[in-house]
Design a protein. Structure first.
Length: 199
């Protein structure tokens, strides 16, 4: 009889242990979800600047497989196309500076007579110079490939679209969903905005 009682008591203890294990696991999962929401999903996709040496997170980037146009080198002679657009980028309400000389004297384009890429900047104003020796369409993704940063409908830089954050692109104030495939046109105002989703 005593062995039966010990067996039953053991079953009750094992059942309670399993129940508390399940409760603990669910509680930890809920805490992780809340933290991810608080930090805009960046808990698991932090930027390279925020990661430590022992906690490096590598995100796939569109710049890892650049458009062939991004490899074209030219100078200011013999241009069939030379126009401009303005680009502004906002990350969580803060404007991101677009550096000067993106696409000028790079590892790819650095020879006399060919030191510029098809899309480049001369200053930090966000003015894109779109140039080509042929009259071709050039998608904005080429500029981000030259810059060496990620940009498409999944996000920009190390920021990714998730349940709490979205990516919006406008051309002259009108929503555009082409993202990196948008063909650059002279005189356009382009805005790329990564922000919290409206509740």
């Amino acid at each position: 009889m005593e062995s039966d009682l010990n067996y039953i008591t053991g079953d009750i203890v094992n059942s309670e242990t399993r129940i508390w294990s399940i409760i603990t696991t669910l509680s930890l999962a809920a805490i992780l979800v809340l933290l991810a929401q608080q930090y805009g999903g960046d808990l698991f996709s932090q930027s390279a600047d925020e990661s430590s040496e022992n906690d490096e997170i590598i995100l796939a980037s569109t710049a890892d497989d650049p458009d062939p146009i991004a490899q074209n080198c030219l100078d200011h002679s013999g241009l069939a196309r030379h126009d401009h657009s303005n680009l502004n980028i906002y990350i969580n309400g803060v404007e991101k500076a677009i550096p000067s000389s993106i696409g000028i004297n790079t590892e790819v384009c650095n020879q006399e007579g060919g030191n510029m890429h098809a899309v480049h900047t001369h200053d930090a104003s966000g003015r894109l110079h779109i140039e080509s020796n042929e009259d071709i369409d050039i998608p904005i993704g080429v500029f981000f490939d030259i810059w060496g940063v990620h940009f498409n409908e999944t996000g920009i830089f190390d920021y990714r679209v998730n349940s709490t954050h979205e990516l919006i692109m406008t051309i002259d104030g009108v929503a555009n969903y082409d993202f990196d495939d948008y063909l650059l046109v002279d005189g356009r105002e382009i805005a790329v905005v990564y922000q919290e989703r409206a509740v």
